[in-house]
Design a protein around this ligand. Sequence first.
Ligand code: SF4
Ligand code: SF4
Length: 110
Amino acid sequence: MEKFNCDACGLCCRHINRSDWLEDFDSGNGVCKYLNTDTNLCKIYDTRPDICSVERAYKKYFSDQYSEEEFLRINYEACEILKREEKLFDKMKEMYERDKNLIQHRSEEL
Ligand code: SF4
Ligand code: SF4
């Protein structure tokens, strides 16, 4: 299989509560307990579960359902969805902070 290009954004490891595969790895907030949250790198990279490796997961669990190309595409799409959601979340946070400051400023004027 062609190598999956991961840019190590860490988003999939911060949202493991969206899948049943890594239930035991959840810190309680959806973030994997093996993620180094400063570097976004996996602390057990060499021994990480098969489901965390696109190539190994394909061979072990999905090769009878998808072609290699389809499986890669699905994984790239999942990354894009997470990235779009993160951008939207950041935007909402920014708007919330702006509105909060505006309300505070106005209440001080009254
Ligand atoms: S979301 Fe995609 S690009 Fe980001 S770390 Fe996970 S696999 Fe890599
Ligand atoms: S084990 Fe590693 S690769 Fe798998 S979800 Fe946790 S931090 Fe990510």
